[in-house]
Write a protein that binds this ligand. Structure first.
Ligand SMILES: NC(=O)c1ccc[n+]([C@@H]2O[C@H](COP(=O)([O-])OP(=O)(O)OC[C@H]3O[C@@H](n4cnc5c(N)ncnc54)[C@H](OP(=O)(O)O)[C@@H]3O)[C@@H](O)[C@H]2O)c1
Length: 243
């Protein structure tokens, strides 16, 4: 009997959940619980951390999961590392549904940086109006560059003061449109965008809008995760399950 643990929190995971539900596969969708109202899924949902590798190992064994699909965000590296380790310990096979990183096209003005600290440094000394499109969890390092004005886009309204002196937040949940992102960038007179190289379509609109407006982008490279089997499409994951 197949029983799938789907690690989610992304547009790709939602597509994966639809395919699993349509195929009648016994599967559970797992959210970290970072947002107040997670998007509904056509599968049973569990919410919250597992308690590191030991907790995940315990869950896999006691709930008799036969497969793990890691469809988390490419920057959710801790979860992906834990999943690889738990798969190794339990022998429950794992596949990652991983998007290709974005590649620059003609007209793009991208500066690649290895991490958040590199992005802070790349903004430079002179004050700029920055669209910080990196979510809520990794804002604090930008406090080291308080001369910039930051526009944030968050899923939920902040419950505590933002860690940046000159920042404003718009509340919105992806996927986003090029037209909408272009309007946002123009309305806020944005001069530079900071983004993670997530890949996929859900968050690409801001990069296309930046290209159209001729704006520079500071693009943060993906964190390294251990080697694991990777699928590029939902169909490939379904084929792997049916093997
Ligand atoms: N990082 C991003 O930029 C980003 C962007 C969009 C969406 N997301 C989504 O937001 C969630 C959290 O991302 P993150 O970067 O904070 O993760 P992370 O740093 O890699 O993970 C930290 C801890 O959060 C828990 N966790 C993460 N994803 C989980 C999941 N799908 N189900 C159950 N527990 C999970 C695990 O806790 P335990 O150790 O207790 O098991 C994990 O060790 C993920 O679902 C990810 O797909 C992240």
């Amino acid at each position: 009997m197949t029983r799938v643990l789907l690690l989610g929190g992304t547009t790709e995971a939602a597509a994966m959940a639809r395919a699993l539900a349509e195929a009648g596969v016994d599967a559970v969708y797992s959210y970290a619980g970072r947002t107040e109202a997670p998007v509904a899924q056509p599968l049973p949902v569990r919410v919250g951390g597992f308690g590191g590798v030991p907790g995940l190992v315990d869950l896999l064994l006691t709930r008799r999961f036969t497969h793990i699909i890691d469809a988390t965000h490419p920057f959710a590296a801790q979860m992906s590392r834990n999943a690889v380790e738990a798969s190794r310990i339990t022998g429950v096979p794992l596949i990652a549904l991983e998007r290709e990183p974005w590649q620059a096209r003609p007209g793009d003005r991208w500066t690649h940086v290895p991490d958040i600290a590199g992005a802070v440094a790349a903004l430079g000394e002179a004050p700029r109006r920055v669209f910080l499109a990196i979510g809520r969890q990794t804002l604090a390092p930008f406090a080291a560059a308080p001369q910039h004005h930051y526009l944030l886009r968050l899923v939920d309204p902040p419950t505590e003061p933002l860690p940046l002196p000159r920042a404003e937040a718009v509340i919105a949940r992806g996927p986003f449109t090029v037209e909408g992102d272009r309007t946002l960038l123009e309305r806020h007179r944005i001069e530079v965008i900071v983004a993670k190289n997530a890949g996929g379509t859900g968050a690409e609109a801001k990069l296309i809008a930046a290209r159209e407006l001729g704006l520079p982008v500071v693009l943060i490279d993906r964190p390294v995760v251990p080697e694991r089997p990777v699928a590029r499409s939902v169909a490939d994951v379904m084929a792997w399950l049916n093997d």
